[in-house]
Design a protein around this ligand. Structure first.
Ligand code: AQP
Length: 344
């Protein structure tokens, strides 16, 4: 069965957004606004899977909304909203908790990374995070999901959940909808050279807004001096830049800085390697700083301006939530009927 093309993506309001969030997700969102019907969500229910101070959660939710707008999303063209204002996300997540297998959740690397050694103390919400993410996407029957490479595993799980639901309820789906499948298999949209931006302090860890070290990341609202200082301090090695891409073997930090340059410049990584072959990092870092400041300055100026008008940001979220609910509610109602709930 073919489904109308629809994009869904979300960002957690867990802190100030980083260059990783920008390059892996936000900077690409506006590319889709003229091509697809797009829903961009501030996933506040995902955020509370780890402890969030309520005042900070509130401020960060408006902060992510401002970052969406500052990155070029037009609230008239896109549906911009926060997850907790559309109850169907939670309702669908419960149905999916009963479709998802524990064995599938046990394989999720993000849970292992975030729960760390204190697994027994992690919230149940963190464990079932991927089924809420599947609900976010499928409650709109979204077909395309732009995400960073780090979210690929969760998206594969969303596809498994869609497939198992379609299979388990095949008989009712056929009689009630005349279709073969109720949910689409959502496709990841993962493109470009720096789809997993790594920490500036450790090239084996992804750049993350909740990393305790602020020097591990560039924040979307860092000023030029802070960006310059963080890039100057970024971990590298004593060797010059190689002349071939495979010369980065065992040099994760060096490769990360080059990948960031390529993504900011929107150039293939190979071209950037050729241009800087043999240069010392001290020189390359100056060029990278210039490019990062030039690219982020207009976005961060707009971000600061928008954050100064919380009333406007709240009204964007309210209007977006109403539009989102109008799509989700009939799909949720139909899901309940397929499952066999009375009253749906
Ligand atoms: N380092 C990254 N490189 C590329 N893409 C990234 N994304 C996040 N970090 C990187 C992409 O940003 C989108 C929103 O992510 P999120 O905030 O919902 O959750 P996350 O992936 O867990 O991001 P963080 O910054 O690491 O948040 P915390 O610290 O709260 O866990 C997603 O599309 C993601 O792929």
């Amino acid at each position: 069965m073919s489904f109308p093309e629809r994009v869904f993506s979300g960002v957690q309001p867990t802190g100030t957004l980083t260059l990783g969030n920008y390059l892996g997700a936000l900077s690409r969102f506006s590319d889709y606004q003229d091509k697809y019907e797009c829903l961009y969500c501030v996933v506040d229910m995902h955020a509370i899977t780890m402890w969030q101070d309520p005042k900070e959660l509130h401020a960060n939710t408006l902060g992510v909304t401002a970052a969406y707008l500052a990155s070029g999303l037009d609230p008239a063209k896109n549906i911009i909203f926060n997850q907790s204002q559309v109850a169907a996300h939670a309702e669908m997540a419960w149905v999916f908790n009963c479709v998802t297998r524990i064995g599938w959740l046990n394989r999720m690397t993000q849970f292992k990374e975030k729960a760390g050694k204190h697994r027994e103390n992690a919230s149940a919400g963190l464990y079932v995070y991927p089924s809420l993410m599947a609900a976010d996407i499928l409650v709109y029957r979204a077909t395309h999901v732009p995400v960073g490479d780090d979210q690929k595993q969760h998206l594969e799980l969303a596809r498994d959940i869609a497939q198992k639901f379609n299979h388990d309820y095949a008989d009712t789906i056929r009689t009630q909808t005349n279709g073969e499948e109720f949910f689409p298999q959502p496709e990841p949209l993962i493109e470009g050279p720096a789809m997993r931006v790594m920490s500036l302090r450790d090239g084996t860890k992804k750049m993350s807004k909740s990393d305790p070290s602020d020097n591990s990341r560039i924040n979307m609202d860092d000023d030029a001096d802070t960006i310059a200082q963080k890039i100057r301090k970024a971990k590298t090695d004593p060797d010059a830049l190689p002349s071939l891409e495979d010369g980065f073997e065992g040099r994760a930090e060096a490769e990360n800085l080059l990948g960031i340059y390529a993504a900011l410049a929107k150039e293939p990584k190979n071209d950037v390697v050729t241009r800087f072959a043999g240069q010392q990092f001290s020189e390359f870092k100056k060029e990278l700083t210039e490019l990062a400041v030039e690219t982020l300055a207009p976005v961060s100026n707009e971000l600061v301006r928008l954050k100064g008008d919380p009333g406007h940001l709240e009204s964007v979220l309210k209007a977006g939530s109403e539009r989102a609910a109008a799509i989700a509610e009939p799909i949720m109602k139909q899901t309940k009927a397929i499952v066999g709930f009375v009253g749906a």
